[in-house]
Design a protein around this ligand. Structure first.
Ligand SMILES: *Cc1c(COP(=O)(O)O)cnc(C)c1O
Length: 383
């Protein structure tokens, strides 16, 4: 058990009260009153045409693969440096993943190396806004338009972040959010699909409702509901939506707290990082980040493992992040091999994330900072 965990969920407002309301309303299954409130909140806040809550970001990504008619043998370009769901959702439909490397500064898909990956079989480009810092959407959008390719933004980290003044998740035909426990806003497990291309809205609604036109039936647009397409059960219970809505209502408070944590780490640890050749996160001036995580790049793998062990000895949990997908067992089956994505391979060994959660106290933060400042790399210790 760690004294200071890496992450933990917190009640920030009316979560429990709203859950009770959801049950008492007599509608605890999907698309109840709180689901509708979350949809309206997110559509209004982000200025997007349609949001659907889903059971997870993974499920929202699976909906994207169905909506884009991904077929066996189609190629989907996806960064190697991401969570497995960004690629699995498409592989489930038979897609062949083509792994892209990331930029050394933001760790986002390297737009300068994107176009060479496009072939006649490419059907979609998946981008991930790592740590809630926007990808270079101007350049990526121009390439996608030139090749008539849809973009899917996996925006699990970046709710309410902006690129050049525009919300992440609003740049592409389809975008996804996560409300998993580890994200800024949570309901334990949950997600959302953002549909920016109006021509995909009706089908998204059907796929999410087990392939039926049940939603149209409830709106009185058809007189019976029936099976009209493929689909699955992607609606979260209204109990989860109730929890989530309370978190969204506390948006200003949650984001202010996370900004404080991030700024505290940066200000307090800057001199130490400078003295130890540790690279701080880079947020370009045209990006407003979501304060999803605080990570840095240590000089080498052994250094990182030693720091993890040092913090662990003080009951502080710090964690590394994605292993390169192209080098995973599955990635290798798709032809991935060492050297394919050199930046991903390098940063994956050196990246470390510090504890970061919504009810983190100043005392917690001070303990983490002090523990790090006491660390000296001797080359001997091992995690
Ligand atoms: C967390 C995460 C996901 C998966 O989210 P779930 O809601 O757990 O399915 C997908 N992509 C990225 C980049 C993530 O960080």
């Amino acid at each position: 058990m760690y004294n200071i965990p890496f992450n933990r969920p917190a009640i920030v407002g009316k979560e429990l009260y709203y859950i009770a309301q959801a049950i008492q309303s007599g509608h605890a299954s999907g698309d109840g009153a709180f689901t509708k409130k979350c949809h309206a909140y997110l559509e209004h806040a982000l200025g997007v045409p349609k949001v659907f809550l889903t059971t997870s970001c993974t499920d929202a990504l699976e909906m994207c693969a169905v909506l884009l008619n991904i077929q066996p043998g189609d190629e989907v370009i996806v960064p190697s440096f991401t969570f497995v769901s960004s690629v699995n959702a498409f592989v489930l439909r038979g897609a062949h993943p083509v792994f892209a490397d990331v930029r050394p500064d933001t760790l986002n898909l390297d737009e300068t190396r994107l176009e060479r990956l496009i072939t006649k079989r490419t059907k979609a480009i998946v981008v991930v806004h790592y740590a809630g810092v926007g990808c270079e959407m101007d350049a990526i959008g121009a390439i996608a338009t030139r090749h008539h390719l849809p973009i899917v933004e996996d925006n699990a980290h970046g709710l309410f972040a902006k690129y050049k003044g525009q919300f992440l998740g609003s740049f592409s035909a389809l975008a996804t959010q996560s409300f998993h426990e580890t994200k800024n806003f949570t309901c334990g497990e949950g997600g959302a699909l953002i549909v920016n291309d109006p021509s995909l809205i009706e089908r998204a609604e059907i796929i999410r409702e087990k392939g039926t036109n049940r939603s149209r039936f409830f709106r009185g647009q058809v007189d019976k509901y029936t099976w009209v397409d493929v689909g699955s059960s992607y609606l979260p219970s209204d109990l989860l939506a109730a929890f989530l809505y309370a978190q969204l209502e506390a948006r200003a408070e949650i984001q202010a707290k996370r900004k404080m944590i991030w700024e505290f780490y940066r200000a307090q640890l800057d001199p130490w990082a400078e003295a130890n050749q540790v690279r701080m996160p880079i947020v370009p001036a045209h990006c407003e980040q979501s304060y999803h995580m605080f990570y840095w790049l240590l000089p080498a793998l052994e250094y990182r493992q030693a720091l993890i062990a040092h913090l662990k000895a003080q009951q502080i949990l710090s964690v590394f992040h994605y292993l390169p997908l192209h080098l995973s067992d599955m990635g290798a089956q798709f032809g991935g091999k060492p050297g394919d994505c050199p930046v991903t391979e390098d940063v994956s060994d050196r990246l470390l994330r510090l504890p970061f959660y919504n009810d983190m106290t100043e005392a917690d933060l001070a303990r983490v900072v002090t523990a790090i400042q006491e660390f000296e790399f001797t080359g001997a210790s091992r995690a």
